[in-house]
Design a protein around this ligand. Structure first.
Ligand SMILES: Cc1ncc(COP(=O)(O)O)c(C=O)c1O
Length: 384
């Protein structure tokens, strides 16, 4: 008899809601992916490298050197106050940030090790920790701002803490760590052996001119941090599954030990296409345009929802999700309400309880607004 290692884990809510959207014809604002294409320059580069340049064989295990160099240059411009990461020893390409997350957990978490996870949390963290025999120690982020209560964090950090996972900008709430948050975290980890996994896949999506800061920009945190980014998010290409991890050489070496047996390397033509695109954009115009692009979508979507009678919208300082409270419409649980919206109103969303290991439900649903204006307008019309 096969005993499941994750008996309580089923098909993720994102997949479930996408299937429900397909089944019912609902507009899919559930799963986090854009309904517009990556930039033309990137598509043409991929066509070139896939069709004519003959890049069909394995890339080097840590990633193409030219892509790692282009990433190092871009990261150096973005984190001007931090040392330039060494492309040879500090940058590793992975199959999406997903592989980097799993790889880091597999590399550093031993049975019995504790990992601090803020909830609501991206659905991979808990199960991937448990697969290593690790023990997630959950800390709840309070709505509506979802900022860490550092006293609560202090209560779960102990000599058994191997790793702390942070996600900023945060999925699903969009909360963004401030300099004070990083400082609190640094103070908390000072004198411990705990490492930091900083999931920064929405790093460019910080709105309202708020300062944005990476774990790499805090000297005491940098030396213990794996910092993750995702080209899927940055280039509207979630299906390409390319991400990367920046970490000091000793930490990168441990991630690579796992990466070489997990996927070994990332798609070669895709890496060349990304390298071309980064090299041709020395001022990071694409990345810098992302915040105003998504901020405009956020503002339009909030206006549309408000006009449709959805007035209890939570603040969205970053990312590409809008949380809404639906108590004014229904007393149902959030999963039931999400199913009702898909079936009866024709809009698929994600119930926020799916982001809690214990199904904590405070009557919130998540909309993804990384969609064309026409999609958002059609969804709001159905939600009226
Ligand atoms: C917080 C967070 N981390 C990681 C990922 C995975 O990134 P990728 O698609 O690059 O694997 C996602 C994707 O939705 C995410 O929201």
């Amino acid at each position: 008899m096969l005993l499941s290692k994750l008996p309580d884990v089923g098909v993720s809510i994102f997949t479930q809601m996408t299937l429900l959207a397909q089944e019912t014809g609902a507009i899919n604002l559930a799963q986090g992916f854009p309904d517009y294409d990556p930039p033309q320059v990137l598509l043409e580069a991929l066509a070139r490298h896939a069709l004519t340049a003959g890049h069909h064989q394995y890339a080097p295990m840590p990633g193409l050197p030219r892509l790692r160099e282009a990433i190092a240059a871009q990261v150096a411009r973005r984190h001007a106050d931090a040392p330039v990461p060494d492309p040879a020893t500090e940058i590793t390409l992975t199959a999406g940030a997903t592989e980097a997350l799993y790889g880091v957990l597999a590399a550093v978490v031993r049975p019995g090790d504790e990992v601090v996870v803020f909830e609501p949390a991206y659905d991979l963290y808990g199960p991937a920790i448990r697969l290593q025999g690790g023990v997630p120690r959950y800390v709840r982020l309070p709505a509506p701002h979802f900022r860490p209560d550092w006293d609560a964090v202090r209560r779960v950090v102990s000599p058994r803490t191997r790793l702390v996972i942070v996600n900023t900008p945060h999925n699903p709430s969009g909360a963004v760590f401030t300099a004070d948050d990083w400082q609190e975290l640094a103070r908390l980890l000072d004198g411990t052996d705990a490492l930091l996994l900083s999931d920064e896949v929405y790093e460019h999506l910080v709105f309202d001119d708020a300062p944005r800061m990476s774990a790499r920009q805090h000297p005491a945190l940098r030396e213990r941090s794996f910092v993750l980014s995702s080209f899927g998010k940055t280039y509207h290409a979630t299906g390409w599954k390319v991400g990367y991890c920046v970490a000091p050489p000793a930490l990168s070496a441990e991630l690579r030990r796992v990466h070489q047996f997990l996927t070994f390397a990332v798609s070669t033509p895709t890496q060349h296409a990304l390298a071309d695109t980064l090299e041709q954009d020395p001022t990071d115009a694409h990345a810098r345009d992302l915040a105003p692009f998504y901020q405009a979508k956020r503002d339009d979507f909030r206006r549309l929802l408000t006009a449709a009678g959805w007035t209890d919208l939570l603040p969205v300082p970053g990312g590409y999700f809008q949380l809404a409270r639906y108590a004014g419409f229904s007393a149902a649980g959030d999963l039931e309400f999400a199913q009702y919206l898909a079936r009866e109103k024709g809009v698929a969303v994600v119930p926020v309880s799916a982001f809690y290991h214990d199904g904590f439900d405070e009557g919130l649903i998540r909309f993804c607004f990384a969609k064309e204006a026409t999609t958002l307008e059609a969804a709001a019309a159905r939600l009226r």
